[in-house]
Structure formats: C-alpha cells, structure tokens
Design a protein around this ligand. Structure first.
Ligand code: FES
Ligand SMILES: [Fe+2]
Length: 379
C-alpha cells in the first residue's frame, strides 16, 4: 500500500481495503466481547469475530476466563457456532470428535493409537488468543501476544464509575443495527463535533464546535461538553432537561466523560442514568453491523427496540430498509446518524468524490484526522 496522509476513498468502498484491514487492524485489535456478569458458571462461553478470526471466551473449571481461537487443531473446523452458550465440561468438534477441555487442552481423539500413533497431544491444544478485563468489560485480541495493559493504560484514571451489577442497574435488550456504511464512516461521524448543532438540530441541538471537546488518550478519545468552559459529562441541554431524578447510585461521581471511543471499534457512553457499549464489526466493503448493549435504572426499563425506526420484530435487526418515516422526523439522533452515514457511503462510492477540507478544532473535525492517523499507522 502507498503511504497516505488521509484515508483514501478506496478504504471505504473496495474489497481490497476490506481484506487489508481485516489482517492489519482487526487480526491485531482489542474487541469488546461482553461483561464478566455474562459468565455465571463454568463452560459458559461467548464468540466474536475479529478480522479473519473467530474467538471464543470460555469460563474454566476455576471460573477463570480464557480466550481461544475458535478452530479445531485437526483440520480447522470452526468449533462453536453460537454467539453464546454453555459447553458443559468439554468442547467437542463435530467433524471427527476431537475433544478439548475448558482449559483448551486436547483431551482426547478417536482411534488415537491407530490413526495418530505419533501425535504430541500436549502441543495440539486450542490456539490461545489474548484477553483483557477492565472494569468488568472483557476484550479479546486474536494476537495472543497483544499487550492489553498498554492499550488500556491511557484511559486509567479517566473512566466512568458505573457498577453494572448494582441492584439499581438492569440490562435492556441489545440493539443490533445493520448499517449500509463502512465502519470507519460510523466512527468518524461519532467523533465529529462539527455536525451536532446542524444534523441533530431537532434532537441534540448542539453543542457548537467551540462548545465541546475530544481529548486524546493514547489511541482512544474522550468527549466532553464544554458550554460553560468546564468539562461536563452531558451537554447543557440534556443536563437542564433531565434534572436529577433517575440517577443511578454508582454514576453520581462527577468528572467522567460523555463518550469514550476505544480504538478501533468500541464506543462507550456513560451517563448519570446508565451506560451503553457499542461495537462495530465490518461485514463487507461499505457495510457493518453495530451491536449496542445498554444498562439503565430498572425504573426506566422498557423494550426500547419497538420504538426505534427500522426494527424488524422477526429478525431482531434494525435497518434503514424498514424505515417508515423520514429519519429527521423520528426524534432519535442515532437514526439521524445512520441516515447521514449511509448517505455519506453512497457519496463515497462515486468516482467523482474528492476529499474536502476538515473543520479545524478538537470539537470539530480534528478527531477524524487523529483517528485516520492512528488507523494508517497500524495498516
Ligand atoms: S476437524 Fe475437528 S476433529 Fe477433525
Ligand atoms: Fe451524530
């Protein structure tokens, strides 16, 4: 690949870039998989795709969580199909029934003495992946040598205080969006402080570019609203409208940010009323899936999905294909963002596209430049 100063148009639209990113970014990236409370008993597992790999996290007999590549050491069959479940004691490959313990060791294989008289069984355990846990959030990296402490360190001391397992916190149904845009378009839109007052005129209505700031924290970024000069965890409009009722106990401590972007694919939004974690997963050139998990006070709980434009009850997926109203009329800023990201994707698919200038400022479009620098330095 040639050296670029900005991401080229091709990076949003071509199969070649999609494959390139799978290997250079996502085969070596920290991806959010779940929270410690998801793993209640030994044998509980979750799987997630990152880059070319499928990774499983599994609770061992000692309740320790371990991450492995989800592939059989015999001929390579993917072992676990579901996103989550329980394997009660062992992982058995359905092809020739090689059997692995929860610690990844190869425990047994049929007809060993006849068919594999020379096998070194100890060397044929599941391939490890890296796992990192911070504030009950679990991240995996397909590269077993990846350094979690180095990745998370810039955020230390700046995190949200939320306790997801307190009695005044409850998890809502996850939201799954199929997005007709490249994952980078969604990230860049999330980091863009220039659009808040304009695209979101009817919803967020700001802040203006000079009244918000993205602060760099290593490869990550933290957003604050700054309308009165100080850094706040909510924009002033929301602070004024929401008041103080419904605040969860652990989120009372002030001083945390409003949005945390963790390179490359995680967005965390803590508020006094709850916390949401979004994960972006590229599925094809110009397409991605976003999964959003949301923890709120139980008094707020309702199945929010049915109020979201484009939610299909049968598939459980939210998609612009199912919109029945214009996105600017539905009063939901996330739907406004989906609309604009998909429009931007269509624009970028035109060969007439050329880069325009980015708006200067840490509350405007500088963060898009920082994101692109980080991405390009990794590809
Ligand atoms: S591929 Fe798994 S047992 Fe043969
Ligand atoms: Fe937005």
């Amino acid at each position: 690949m040639p050296r670029y100063s900005r991401l080229p148009r091709e990076s949003y639209v071509t199969q070649e870039w999609f494959e390139h990113e799978r290997k250079t970014i996502f085969d070596n990236a920290w991806t959010f998989i779940g929270v410690s409370g998801d793993f209640g008993k030994s044998g509980d597992y979750q799987t997630v795709r990152s880059g070319t790999s499928s990774i499983m996290v599994i609770a061992g007999k000692d309740d320790q969580l371990k991450a492995f590549h989800n592939l059989c050491r015999h001929r390579g069959t993917e072992l676990l199909d579901e996103e989550k479940g329980n394997v009660s004691g062992a992982i058995v490959c359905p092809y020739h029934r090689w059997t692995y313990g929860l610690d990844g060791a190869l425990r047994g294989l049929p007809k060993r003495s006849i068919c594999f008289p020379d096998i070194d069984q100890n060397a044929m355990g599941l391939k490890p992946a890296a796992i990192g846990i911070h504030k009950d959030l679990i991240f995996i990296n397909p590269n077993p040598d990846a350094d979690f402490d180095k990745w998370i360190k810039p955020l230390l001391g700046k995190e949200w205080p939320h306790n997801l397992f307190a009695s005044d916190v409850k998890e809502a149904a996850p939201l799954i969006y199929d997005l007709k845009c490249d994952w980078k378009i969604f990230v860049e839109n999330a980091l863009d402080g220039y659009h808040l007052a304009y695209l979101h005129k009817n919803t967020l209505a700001g802040p203006l570019p000079e009244h918000n700031i993205w602060e760099r924290a290593g490869d990550h970024l933290i957003w604050y609203a700054t309308e009165d000069g100080a850094r706040h965890r909510l924009p002033m409009k929301m602070r004024n409208e929401a008041g103080t009722s419904g605040i969860i106990e652990s989120a009372k401590t002030p001083g945390y940010g409003s949005v945390y972007y963790l390179f490359p694919s995680t967005l965390i939004v803590p508020t006094p009323y709850g916390l949401s974690i979004s994960k972006l997963h590229p599925t094809a050139p110009g397409r991605c899936r976003m999964t959003v998990r949301n923890w709120i006070g139980p008094w707020q709980w309702k199945d929010e999905r049915k109020y979201i434009q484009g939610f299909n009850r049968d598939t459980g997926i939210i998609s612009s294909e199912n919109w029945t109203k214009h996105p600017l009329e539905c009063g939901d800023f996330q739907t406004e963002d989906v609309w604009i990201c998909e429009k931007l994707q269509r624009g970028l698919e035109s060969s007439a596209y050329e880069h325009g200038p980015l708006a200067k400022g840490a509350g405007a479009e500088d963060p898009i430049e920082w994101f692109q620098e980080t991405l390009l330095s990794n590809t």
